[in-house]
Design a protein around this ligand. Structure first.
Ligand SMILES: Cc1cc2nc3c(=O)[nH]c(=O)nc-3n(C[C@H](O)[C@H](O)[C@H](O)COP(=O)(O)OP(=O)(O)OC[C@H]3O[C@@H](n4cnc5c(N)ncnc54)[C@H](O)[C@@H]3O)c2cc1C
Length: 431
């Protein structure tokens, strides 16, 4: 099987690169081993919220020069301020074209309300998530936080307490929905996605409205756990209309409905543009000859190799085995690629629990074009994108999704340019 590009890994980075590549008419296959970080994420996308020295980044694009000084190996520093700025705008329009309705802008971060009721800075948030502009107050002051009886992954009292500390009149409630009784019998199945499968059924709408209405009569807005609208916003819009007031969703513990929805929409857009996905398959071997990858082998395709002109490595970090840590060594398991500097074992972690943990910045080292290196030499047709990259701390710098998206689009653009250069040269030779 032969493609222009084979992408290894179908998380946020793999999908965004695949969407950009197929958008420009290239043939692209994504080999995707399993679940990805989006299934566990808030559904909000962080671009950059803090510099390594702790300085807050309210306007992320304006902080890229300072970031480069403090973290020259950060993927944004390698890609460069001009490109990061262009790609952040491109990302916003690609997400919009994919039908992902998000609020926010790369010009200025905003706050989203977390499942604990705190405010957390971010770049883009699903429209259904409650947000507030920096230095602004929330539009509503009387909020009813409604949990679902038996659903342990969301505690309305904790959210309401935190909102009260912010000066809002928040009350907490539990709604008992008999339609969920069957699910309630098995607490391990009582998770956001399974709840949504019941709440999204049109025949259950009347019961939800009847049970929730009396709890929220005094409220100006309602906050609920994100357990509704798995496949579309329609059930949420209908419930909101029936209740007659704004209804917002807070992300729950994983599996996260908001993250899963984002993943599904990107997947659909990639397929709509002609992309091929090999779900549940895994790249098991890479055939590299003279500093160039010729093909990869996968678990499900046995002897049939996948050939391509270019490859993208988007296999994620430790969380999805894109990187592997043993007691005293860290490595990239597919090709044993060069990694950013790994400190001595005793310095992998910081005793301060909330401090930046050095191991978070471990990852694959690249040249300035994001091409992987092995024993100091760049592999000319292997680009690296997403959490498998080294040089950044997604948690304390608030840049996880941003690095995945920006590096993915950067890698895709490099490939598009490279292939169109080759095409032009071929035409010139033929003439
Ligand atoms: C639990 C968690 C929650 C997060 N929440 C947020 C958040 O709310 N907001 C935010 O901005 N950032 C968040 N992040 C940061 C996150 O790193 C990025 O947002 C981003 O989703 C990472 O995407 P990725 O595609 O690089 O990697 P991943 O999402 O890890 O995807 C890698 C994919 O590659 C596959 N894979 C691995 N090896 C192979 C192989 N050999 N062959 C084929 N496939 C392979 C894996 O199965 C996986 O599907 C979170 C991270 C984690 C771990």
């Amino acid at each position: 099987m032969k493609y222009d590009v084979v992408v290894m890994g179908g998380g946020l980075a793999g999908l965004m690169s695949g969407i950009r590549l197929t958008q420009s008419g290239l043939s692209c296959a994504i080999v995707s081993a399993g679940q990805n970080a989006l299934h566990f994420s808030s559904g909000s996308l962080d671009l950059l919220t803090h510099l390594p020295n702790g300085q807050v980044a309210e306007k992320p694009l304006e902080m890229l020069d300072a970031l480069k000084e403090q973290a020259p190996a950060h993927p944004y520093s390698l890609i460069g301020k001009t490109q990061v700025t262009e790609l952040a705008h491109m990302a916003q329009s690609i997400l919009q074209q994919a039908g992902v309705h998000l609020k926010g802008s790369c010009e200025e971060n905003h706050y989203r309300i977390t499942p604990l009721g705190h405010k957390r800075m971010t770049w883009l948030s699903p429209e259904s998530v409650p947000t507030v502009g920096l230095h602004h107050k929330m539009d509503v002051s009387k909020i009813a936080v409604v949990g679902i009886e038996g659903f342990l992954d969301f505690q309305p009292q904790m959210v309401a307490d935190e909102l009260q500390r912010e000066g809002l009149q928040a009350t907490s409630h539990y709604v008992h929905l008999p339609l969920l009784d069957r699910l309630r019998e098995n607490p391990s199945e009582f998770r956001a996605v399974n709840v949504a499968r019941w709440l999204d059924r049109p025949e259950n709408m009347a019961q939800m409205v009847a049970e929730i209405s009396p709890l929220v009569t005094d409220a100006e807005a309602i906050f609920m756990p994100a357990c509704i609208g798995l496949d579309s916003d329609e059930p949420l819009h209908e419930l909101q209309m029936s209740l007659g007031k704004p209804l917002f969703l807070l992300p729950t513990l994983p599996p996260s409905l908001l993250g899963i929805r984002l993943h599904e929409m990107l997947l659909r857009q990639f397929r709509r543009q002609g992309g091929i996905v090999m779900p549940g398959d895994k790249v098991t071997a890479v055939n590299c000859v003279n500093g160039r990858i010729e093909s990869v082998q996968t678990r499900n395709h046995g002897d049939i190799s996948l050939k391509a002109k270019h490859f993208v490595l988007a296999t994620g970090s430790f969380f999805n085995n894109g990187l592997v840590a043993e007691f005293d060594r860290v490595y990239e398991p597919l090709m044993q690629l060069d990694l950013c500097e790994i400190s001595e074992r005793a310095k992998w972690t910081n005793k301060e629990f909330f401090a930046s943990q050095p191991y978070m910045a471990f990852g694959v080292k690249t040249d300035e074009k994001l091409r992987a290196q092995k024993e100091g030499k760049a592999i000319s047709n292997l680009y690296v994108a997403g959490a498998v990259l080294g040089g950044f701390d997604p948690l304390t710098q608030g840049c996880g999704a941003g690095v995945s998206i920006i590096s993915a689009l950067y890698a895709a653009n490099e490939i598009i340019n490279e292939l169109s250069k080759n095409k032009t040269m071929q035409v010139e030779v033929a003439q």
